[in-house]
Write a protein of this length. Structure first.
Ligand SMILES: Cc1ncc(C[n+]2csc(CCOP(=O)(O)OP(=O)(O)O)c2C)c(N)n1
Ligand code: SF4
Lengths: 396, 287
């Protein structure tokens, strides 16, 4: 049976930590459908419902297609809505992801990153959420269990901000983070309540005194206006996210930013990477720094909206950069993060040389030696000024 | 129409049987838990395939996702492991591309009736010549024991901790109503009978569905306080079902509340691939 009371310090898996964050938020509606490796979140949460420790309506649907449809219905009715999924589950939500963002519904889901079929694989890579990158959802990524837990609250605040009103996806690495037990600090329920506040849906379907229509047909007359507004909201979301993260740090003593720049100040070579693999890379950076090598790591915490300016500022002065993507755009020109990041650097006067490395697909280990090799290659390029191979798979 | 093999009075015992011919030994051991019914169903299926005499290279086995859907990985047919709920659609494509091929769909009750319910219904409606084996263990085994569309009311699952309130489907009734022309049920307990039932399904021309009641001792069994896998088989499969041929001979109280086994529906109706070929003929200016 589920545990319902928690001390401030706890050793938890990523899944349980996220489920507890959701419990503390106490959403109104939670459509649930299981898929590895996110099932633990749904399972723990259904335990909280059974225990009566949340007031949530848990709807056990028959597929993710229905799960996201139910999220949208409930959110349009004015409810605060959450769920969790992975991989094929997110893929099956595809059609509705665009409905959620187009209707400006601040649904918050956890996506436990897992590879997409075929061939079938249940382990970590980012092809699921990266595939959804144009769906109009905010995307936050987490290196650790602590961060995944904290991101749930921040995502809720950003999504529900009146200037934003967009759905959000909180991503963490399948198995590596979702199933690993880590010590973390939990917020108290009061702290969570104080931070996320009450949600009052606007133009809610259940406000029968003020009947509204959602998702009505708009053709050449207005469609582009809706999309323009959505795009502007996404632009505003960056400032809102920065503010929410700052506030979180001030209130709870765990500072976060849109990006996490690690030993980049005087770095000559840098790896850009997301989620758990950043931890391994930081260990390597510390080692190489001891040997006098000027290396650093840039980790994106926010991928949507894309913090292009912050990235450019952080990498200004770095000579060579390797962008490590745990997903391939299958465009024969590197991963999604690589392409957007390289474009973000275009306006720098002295832009670094940037290369793409795809790693760790389908849960393939990314080890210390892999990061060492990339740094060695970068430092060599820094000397010769020449990138031999622009895009390449590593950890093969 | 082919004569259902289950009518034979004296069937030669097909066991012991050398399964190696149909297996991919390097893929073993399989992932199924001790006591899981899925392996028993597979064995019945392989014996039935042998009895059809169809060359194994002329068989394509297609599955969705789930413990049951891992079956094609272990067998030496042409195999395709697809997406959760979509095996019926993939199989339809295969069959239309190669109507001469024997196409077998392996699906779990969650796969066929929950996430894939829509495809299940429409595949039955078309009466395309597929044989579908639905492993009904009343749970989503692979994802940890959530209730499925065949979980009885009141039963415990990770998603129904105080008892399931949703009424279950009868897969056979649904297949029949949707238009499948051969509908049967077996259990993992009645393994020889199941073999004969599957053989009849394989010999049928048109959409054949065999709903196989089997057990997931790991999740459904433990949560619902069954003592062991064999206890489950006895209660659910042996005592919980009755052969359709015995219904008239038994007093009503012995039949009430039980699931019927055997061939429950067997009719003839034009088969989809044949219809498709006919329409092409017609479009080309034929009769
Ligand atoms: C789109 C999608 N959603 C969810 C899953 C996760 N999933 C894998 S198997 C399964 C349930 C399988 O249940 P069933 O078909 O009854 O087969 P069993 O494991 O019981 O044999 C689920 C929900 C998935 N693979 N794909
Ligand atoms: S979990 Fe259940 S269905 Fe899956 S292999 Fe184990 S016993 Fe069989």
């Amino acid at each position: 049976m589920a545990v319902t009371a928690h001390t401030k310090k706890a050793a938890l898996t990523g899944n349980t930590a996220v489920a507890i964050a959701m419990k503390q938020i106490n959403p109104d509606v939670y459509p649930a459908y299981p898929i590895t490796p996110s099932t633990g979140i749904v399972e723990d949460f259904s335990g909280f419902v059974a225990d009566g420790s949340v007031d949530t309506e848990l709807i056990t649907v028959e597929s993710e297609h229905s799960a996201m449809s139910a999220c949208i219905g409930a959110s349009a009715a004015g409810a605060r809505v959450m769920t969790a999924t992975s991989s094929q589950g997110l893929a099956l939500m595809w059609e509705m992801l665009y409905i959620a963002s187009g209707m400006r519904l601040p649904i918050v889901i956890a996506d436990v990153n897992r590879a997409l079929s075929a061939p079938i694989n249940i382990h970590c890579d980012h092809s699921d959420s990266m595939g959804a990158r144009d769906a109009g959802w905010l995307q936050l990524y987490a290196e650790t269990v602590q961060e995944a837990y904290d991101n749930v609250f921040m995502a809720m605040r950003i999504a529900e901000n009146a200037k934003v009103m967009l759905p959000a996806m909180v991503c963490m690495d399948g198995f590596i983070t979702s199933h690993a037990i880590e010590n973390l600090d939990l917020l108290s329920d009061e702290e969570v309540r104080g931070f996320v506040g009450e949600y009052k849906g606007r133009n809610s379907l259940l406000d029968t005194d003020n009947p509204v229509t959602w998702g009505a047909m708009v053709l050449q007359d207005h469609y582009i206006t809706f999309k323009h507004q959505q795009s502007e909201a996404m632009t505003r979301a960056k400032g809102v996210a920065a503010g929410v993260m700052k506030e979180f740090g001030e209130k709870f003593g765990r500072p976060y930013g849109l990006i996490d720049a690690y030993r980049l100040e005087d770095a000559e070579a840098a790896i850009v990477i997301m989620n758990s693999a950043a931890g391994t890379t930081k260990v390597v950076v510390d080692d190489l720094r001891k040997q006098g090598k000027k290396v650093g790591v840039l980790r994106l915490r926010l991928f949507r909206p894309f913090p292009f300016k912050e990235i450019a500022d952080a990498l200004r002065g770095v000579k060579v950069v390797a962008v490590l993507d745990r997903a391939d755009s299958m465009n024969s020109f590197g991963g999604p993060l690589f392409n957007e990041l390289r474009s973000a650097l275009y306006d720098l006067d002295n832009r670094p040389k940037v290369m793409s490395r795809i790693y760790g697909l389908g849960g393939r280990d990314y080890k210390v030696k892999d990061a060492v090799e990339v740094f060695e290659e970068l430092l060599n390029i820094s000397k010769t000024g020449k990138i031999d191979t622009m895009t390449k798979y590593i950890t093969l | 129409m082919s004569e259902p093999a289950v009518k034979e009075k004296k069937q030669k015992l097909s066991v012991p049987f050398n399964y190696d011919k149909y297996m991919r030994p390097h893929k073993l051991p399989h992932i199924w838990c001790p006591g899981c019914g899925h392996g028993i169903v597979l064995k019945s299926l392989l014996r039935a395939v042998e009895a059809t005499g169809i060359d194994k290279d002329n068989i394509c086995m297609v599955s969705g996702i789930g413990c049951s859907s891992r079956t094609p990985g272990y067998v030496d047919f042409n195999t395709m492991h697809t997406l959760h709920g979509r095996a019926f659609s993939f199989a339809t494509g295969i069959k239309l591309a190669k109507p001469e091929m024997k196409v077998i769909v392996i699906s779990g009750d969650g796969d066929a009736l929950a996430i894939g319910g829509n495809h299940f219904i429409h595949t039955c409606r078309r009466n395309i010549d597929l044989t579908a084996i639905v492993y009904t263990n009343s749970t989503y085994g692979m994802t940890g024991g959530q209730y499925s569309p065949t979980t009885p009311i009141g039963d415990i699952a990770t998603t129904s901790r105080y008892g399931n309130i949703e009424p279950p489907f009868d897969a056979c009734e649904m297949a029949k109503a949707a238009g499948a022309t051969f509908v049967a049920r077996g259990t993992a307990y009645h393994t020889l009978e199941l073999e004969k039932t599957i053989l009849a399904a394989l010999q049928h021309k048109g959409m054949s569905v065999v709903d196989v009641i089997d057990a997931c001792p790991t999740y459904y069994g433990r949560m619902n306080k069954f003592k062991s896998a064999t206890h489950m088989m006895e209660v659910i499969e042996k005592d919980g079902t009755v052969n359709v041929k015995q219904v008239d001979k038994l007093p009503p109280e012995k039949v009430q509340g039980k699931l019927l086994r055997g061939i429950l529906h067997n009719v003839e109706r034009p088969e989809y691939c044949q219809q498709y070929a006919n329409i092409i003929e017609k479009a080309k200016g034929g009769k």
